[in-house]
Structures are given as structure tokens and as C-alpha cells.
Ligand binder design. Structure first.
Ligand code: FVH
Length: 293
């Protein structure tokens, strides 16, 4: 009988909040030796019971393995946790949500301490971690070498999408997608508000709303094509002039239903501004240029 064991990369993980714990469990389940540290030691008990080695300080955890993953509350907590650790020769993978500027500064900070740096923006919530069919992934940016070196290990908890050497790009992609999500939630909130006082079952309305949002989502590909070509009028089906003409209907309906226009109003104001600037033959792509300062 031949022994066919593949040695799994050892991982150090700082941070055992909801996300850190989910990451820890995924690596442990896949057989990766794991050293963990958390500011509040009691939170390490659960993963210790599943096989994690608990370090008694962040410095000891960092010293344990070349691959150091941090998943903490914010950039300030990363600075606090890593102060006093020796990062020389380590590959630091930072999965803490931060701004692009913070990520770039943290990459410089790590480089000055002799560490490779990869930044990550997590596009998943904890229950999606370790569940491949859930579709979660992490945007990575920064050192391509660090990404390639640890690609397989990083792909254990959720998928990986590398978006470039600029350490700020992962955070930028993360925030851009989440911003679009909030826009979608804002639209859905307005829609539910419109039917709120009527004899319409929200649970019957929800599938109609979800299907409509899914049907409209591919419009982002046409927006991208127009941004690339610079021609905002080619093949336009629903032009801006027509859409602006329809906005009083939306605002009057909101008023009749007793719903505040505070979510829709700013978007309609942008539409009117673009129309006034001569964009009547375009679709809505020109609004993007009004937003960029
Ligand atoms: N949970 C989620 O749904 C989202 C999904 C998308 C990505 N986010 C980001 O992931 C980072 C960690 O989030 P989390 O859910 O694990 O957050 P918490 O459960 O609140 O745990 C926070 C951990 O950070 C530690 N911590 C806070 N401040 C410090 C500090 N000054 N020094 C050292 N550690 C610190 C905290 O430790 P403790 O309170 O247990 O002692 C937790 O380990 C985050 O960036 C999300 O935006 C999650």
C-alpha cells in the first residue's frame, strides 16, 4: 500500500470574530495546520477544540508560520494587533475591510517590515465560507508572487479573484460591488414602501421584484461597453429624454402612496441634469460622468 499524503500549508490567522472563525474552520476542515490568535482569548476555544493551536500573543502567532492571515475589525485594529510582531520574511494577507488608501498604506507598511503583502476584500458572509456552492469569493490585490504562492490555500475557504498588483484594487472592487448592492437595496426599499399600505402581500410581491432586478442586471454590460467606446447613444432603446419625461409619474405615485422621494429623488435630479446638458439621446451611462468629480 502506498501512502499518498499531500502536506497542507500551515496558516497563522489573527482574528476570530464571526468571519475569522468561519475561515479557521474551513482551513481546519481541509487539514491545514492552523495557529490562531485573538485579542479576547476565550473566542479561540471553539476552534482550539477543532484542532487549532492557540498562540498566547500575536507575535508568537506571526512567528509560527510564513503565511499570516489577518481578519480583524478595521485597519486600526490591524495596526494594533501587528505592532510588536516581527513580519520579516512573512507573507501577510489582510482580509480586513478597509479603504483603497488604507490598503496601499498597509502594503507599504508591510514592505518596510520585510513582508510580502496581499490585500483581500471578502465577498461573502460567514455562512458562505467553506461552502463552495454558495459562490463566495475574495478579491485579492497586491503582490502577485504572494497570491500565486498561496493560491491553493487561500482558495480553501472561498473562491479567489486576483484583480491586480495595486494593493488598493481589492478594496476598491469590494466597495464598488457593495455600493451597487446598497443602490439595489435602496430601490427595493422604495418599491416595498410604495405597496406598504395596500392590500398587497409583500411575500407575493418579493418574487416579482427579485425577477425584475435579475432581468435588469445584465444592463451593466451595455453600460461597460458604452464607457469603453465613449459612445453613449449607440443602440439605445430607452433614451434619457423619454425616461426623464416619465419621472413625474414616479414622483406623483410616491406622493399619492405617502412615500418619501428621498431615495429616488437624487437619481432623478442627475437624470434631469444630464438631459439639460444635451444627453437626451443617450441611455443612463452619462450619469456616471456627472458623478465623477
Ligand atoms: N461578518 C460579515 O458578514 C462580513 C462579511 C464581509 C467581510 N467582513 C469583514 O471581515 C472583517 C472581520 O469581520 P468579522 O465579522 O469577523 O467581525 P467581528 O465579529 O466584529 O470580529 C472583529 C475581530 O476583530 C478583533 N479586533 C477588533 N479590534 C481589535 C484590536 N484593536 N486589536 C486586535 N483585535 C481586534 C476582534 O477581537 P475581539 O473583540 O474578539 O477581542 C475580533 O476578532 C471586518 O473587516 C469586516 O468588515 C465581515
Amino acid at each position: 500500500m502506498t501512502r499518498n499524503t499531500v502536506e497542507k500549508t500551515s496558516v497563522t490567522l489573527l482574528g476570530l470574530g464571526a468571519m475569522g472563525t468561519a475561515l479557521a474552520r474551513a482551513w481546519l476542515a481541509a487539514g491545514h495546520p492552523l495557529t490562531v490568535w485573538n485579542r479576547t482569548p476565550a473566542r479561540a476555544a471553539a476552534v482550539a477544540a477543532e484542532g487549532a493551536r492557540v498562540a498566547d500573543s500575536a507575535a508568537a502567532a506571526v512567528a509560527a508560520n510564513p503565511l499570516v492571515v489577518v481578519c480583524l475589525l478595521d485597519d486600526a485594529s490591524v495596526g494594533e494587533a501587528l505592532a510588536g510582531t516581527d513580519l520579516a520574511g512573512r507573507d501577510l494577507v489582510n482580509l480586513t475591510t478597509c479603504t483603497p488608501a488604507q490598503a496601499r498604506a498597509r502594503a507599504e507598511w508591510a514592505r518596510a517590515r520585510g513582508a510580502g503583502y496581499l490585500d483581500g476584500g471578502i465577498m461573502a458572509v460567514p455562512p458562505m465560507v467553506g461552502v463552495p456552492q454558495a459562490g463566495g469569493y475574495v478579491f485579492y490585490s497586491g503582490s502577485r508572487e504572494v497570491f500565486e504562492r498561496h493560491r491553493e490555500t487561500l482558495a480553501v475557504p472561498v473562491g479567489t479573484t486576483y484583480v491586480g498588483q495595486d494593493a488598493g484594487f481589492a478594496a476598491l472592487h469590494d466597495v464598488a460591488l457593495l455600493s451597487a448592492m446598497y443602490g439595489m437595496f435602496a430601490g427595493a426599499a422604495h418599491a416595498f414602501a410604495l405597496i406598504r399600505k395596500e392590500d398587497i402581500d409583500p411575500t407575493s410581491f418579493a418574487p416579482l421584484l427579485a425577477d425584475w432586478l435579475v432581468a435588469m442586471a445584465p444592463a451593466v454590460h451595455r453600460t461597460a461597453d458604452r464607457l469603453r467606446s465613449g459612445d453613449y447613444t449607440e443602440g439605445v432603446v430607452s433614451d434619457l429624454a423619454m425616461q426623464v419625461a416619465g419621472t413625474p409619474t414616479f414622483l406623483s405615485t410616491a406622493e399619492q402612496q405617502g412615500v418619501s422621494p428621498e431615495l429616488l429623488g437624487p437619481y432623478f435630479a442627475l437624470m434631469r441634469r444630464r438631459l439639460a446638458g444635451g444627453g437626451g439621446d443617450e441611455d443612463l451611462t452619462g450619469l456616471i460622468d456627472l458623478l465623477v468629480r
